[in-house]
Design a protein around this ligand. Sequence first.
Ligand SMILES: [Zn+2]
Length: 267
Amino acid sequence: MMIDFHTHAFNPKIADRAIAQLEKNAGFPPLTRGRTEQLLDRMDEWGVDKSVVLSIATKPAQQTVVNNWAAKLDKEEPRLIAFGSVHPDAEDCCEEAERIKELGLHGIKLHPDYQRFMVDDPRVDELYDCIAELGLPVIFHAGLDVVSPDLIHCPPERALKLMRRHPKLKMVLAHLGGNEQWQQVYDVLAGVEGELYFDTAFTTACPDELMMAIIRKHGAERILFGSDCPWDSAARIAEKLLRIDLTDDERDLIFGKNALVLLDMNT
Ligand SMILES: [Zn+2]
């Protein structure tokens, strides 16, 4: 079972516009045009069984429509596992988190750079409490993002403060704990006890030795395979994980077993 814990697809009504804007920010072409069918085609090509699809409400007013679409996707496509999103500036963000759970969505995505909050800002504490209470995993964009190169909203030091303050929150830090901040991740975050997972999305640029060191220090049972499709390929990330010196048992955990445990799913 191969589960990609970090992919993106968009509501077809906004897919073209969203992907064009993101492509401009990224400065390189994506591997899909943001359509669900194209994600499924890539999964077939790369040998991925199931994918977690992450959406982001970039404005408070977008929460409802984003989550309604995610719920529809989750019901209609058995190979896709949809997460919802809330915006910390929305007055009803806690209620929306509850609605995400009622809709049967599997977790919540927060993007501190796009949503413009420092990950450990006390004003978000109430929302974190609500999410922890619901038992939903929350996945954060972590480390550098091209949208805010001068201010990283979720660096390893702040993520650590947050997890110390909210030990019950099930946290996934994308991009192996912090995009382009892998040495700090190794120094500050890796191996810290608690409900802290890292995914492997968009880690092609991470040196193999450093990736290996982070996984060893943190423990393979808290690493989740992820690609960041359409911004990186699951085949390329899988190749990297096959190349570094992991045991077969560790690979089984990373490629799917850990995701099933975290998502409380059987298959
Ligand atoms: Zn992503």
